[in-house]
Design a protein around this ligand. Sequence first.
Ligand code: NCD
Length: 310
Amino acid sequence: MLSKDLLGLEHLSRAAIEEILDTAGPMREIMHRSIKKVPALRGRTVVTLFYEASTRTRVSFELAAKYLSCDTIGVAAASSSVSKGESLKDTARTLAAMQPDIIVLRHPRAGAAALLAGEVPAHVVNAGDGAHEHPTQALLDLFTVREKKGRIEGLKVAIVGDIAHSRVARSNIWGFGRLGAQVCLAGPATLMPEAVQEMGARVVSLEEALTDADVVMTLRLQMERQKAGLLPSLGEYAALFGLNRERLALARPDALVMHPGPMNRGIEITPEVADGPQSVIVQQVENGVAVRMAVLYLIAGGGAKHETID
Ligand code: NCD
């Protein structure tokens, strides 16, 4: 049901999202086998093209591809011709000429993945475009919550922090909203864009967001995307919005604590909450590989070609 590319969750149907989540379950099972390889995408090539720093997303995509028997090539912009001034379009055409099947792109500009998708016949998967979307992160968050809570519909999800610069927040607002959760956003006013209300989320105080929440997701301050002057200081942010034990106690006792990583411990979340019994941060990372396996499999036509995953 996925089309050629996965650019975001804004326009993805509930059925398409659920198909990915349903496929990710069996994919995670493959990760726990002693031989973590199935032939589903044998002979396909995945290029990961990253113009921004990344540890987990990049490793996650590359492992996901390898577990499905794809050949993978990683291109880091800093060590490629991009550093010689080549435009994204030219890099895209150059890569396309080498016939990869899938290009996974991370780029600092919103819309970069859509631009690439229009240039190349390969499937394009957006691994984060500026402050716009990060669809596989939201999908792994949805998968984690659905598994732990048994449902998404009717849950209260609090997303706390730098909403303005967060592609994770945007993709999650669309994803959780489409699957019937109520999304509440809290953060400093300078980091809260007005447009999020139109996306179906509610902007509330931190206390209101946390009260009776089923899921509490904290976000890193995206200092690399912020203009100066949006925050008085990190210490003040931690005091006003950092997730600590007292604040978490406002949420339901079985609330899940989530963070997309990388975490700045002691700023948006205290170490005791990040490592506490309600935290599913490590499971998010594991589920990320399974969800990306599902995306690569569904997008590259593994299913359409009637190949099995085992
Ligand atoms: C996020 C990102 O890059 O948008 N990280 C990730 O992919 N896990 C969040 C962040 O960088 O803070």
